[in-house]
Design a protein around this ligand. Structure first.
Ligand code: NAP
Length: 311
């Protein structure tokens, strides 16, 4: 790869996010070129396709980097293999099934001189940076995360979400935590959590979390996978100076009820632009703060049994 030639990408896992976001983002950025896809079930016309990553590695098809769009439970093995083969790696969120395996990848990327990008797409929602800027220096009183969506609409057939490591309602909820950890001016820590787990599943369908930041400002999160009707991906912050609301997953910023910022959605183009920067320098961008909060919830949370979930 010369400094001017595109980054040749192999995309692994041809599911919803790969098709909805990764393929268009790559196609729209001249710094990238799709070199191969790895899929157990699907193929793309005109692109070399392989059933397994080992098949791709053995094929001789040249590529510089991988985008891992599989469920988190199988991400570490693939990422490590890519790093050991000298490839740069973009990880979908969450970056792994455990904190330890992400730490292993961080070190492996350093050892092999490749870029590792643990992506948090919601941080690239258009109103997130303006919200962070508005909150800097404000005197906060409280923050509330309300993340409620209908799992049957957004995750049909995704059985992996309900398995250990699939995170259940934290699969979308971690997006809220990725925004909160980016915009709130101080770190915050979990003090109480209730996780409602369907009697026939392994991961929560609803969760209520209570945090406090380093000066005691309360931060709450209400996560719900059973929301029918209007969906909510909102974060509200009360400050002495006014009230902030980030709605629509970080797309719109409201200050005291007045729309202050809105722009077209461009999360994945933003992620790919960042990845291009990392590949150019061989640096990594691995922030585990959102995943750490989820791990804390699983450590500290009280379990309640919820009715069986049947899709
Ligand atoms: P998905 O539609 O279920 O696709 C995942 C793909 O990974 C599958 O289609 C499959 O592709 C491949 N795969 C490899 N090993 C697998 C295994 N053991 N079990 C199931 N699939 C396996 O899921 P997704 O919604 O694209 O989500 C993938 C990742 O992206 C998740 O970590 C999710 O949190 C993240 N994400 C999703 C969204 C969204 O809106 N859906 C948004 C942002 C991030 P092949 O059949 O091609 O092998």
């Amino acid at each position: 790869m010369s400094s001017t030639s595109p980054i040749r990408m192999a995309l692994i896992g041809l599911g919803k996010i790969a098709r909805d976001q990764h393929l268009p983002a790559m196609a729209g950025d001249p710094r990238f070129q799709l070199a191969a896809v790895v899929s157990r079930h699907a193929a793309l016309d005109g692109t070399p396709g392989f059933h397994t990553f080992d098949d791709l590695l053995a094929s001789g098809v040249a590529f510089d980097a991988v985008a891992l769009c599989t469920p988190p439970q199988v991400r570490h093995g693939l990422a490590r293999k890519a790093i050991e083969a000298g490839k740069h790696v973009m990880l979908e969120k969450p970056p792994g099934a455990t904190l330890s395996e992400v730490e292993d990848l961080r070190q492996a990327a350093l050892d092999h001189g490749v870029a590792l990008h643990a992506t948090w797409h919601s941080r690239y929602a258009p109103a997130v940076a303006p919200a962070r800027d508005w909150l800097a220096g404000k005197t906060l009183k409280a923050a509330r995360i309300v993340w409620k969506e209908d799992v049957r609409v957004w995750h049909p057939g995704q059985d992996w979400i309900w398995e250990p490591g699939g995170l259940g309602v934290f699969d979308p909820g971690i997006n809220a935590l990725s925004i909160a950890t980016a915009v709130l001016p101080r770190p915050f820590f979990l003090t109480d959590a209730v996780l409602r787990v369907p009697e026939n599943r392994q991961s929560p369908i609803q969760a209520q979390l209570t945090f406090a930041d380093t000066v005691g400002v309360p931060v709450t999160a209400e996560l719900d996978f059973l929301q029918t009707g209007p969906q909510s991906w909102d974060i509200e912050v009360d400050a002495e100076e006014g009230a902030l609301k980030l709605s629509h997953g970080g797309s719109r910023l409201w200050i005291d009820g007045v729309l202050a910022h809105e722009a077209p959605e461009a999360e994945y183009p933003g992620l790919y632009a960042r990845f291009a920067e990392l590949v150019a320098t061989g640096a990594s961008d691995v922030d585990v703060a959102p995943l750490r909060h989820v791990a804390d919830a699983f450590l500290l949370g009280r379990r309640e049994v919820a009715p069986a979930f049947v899709e």
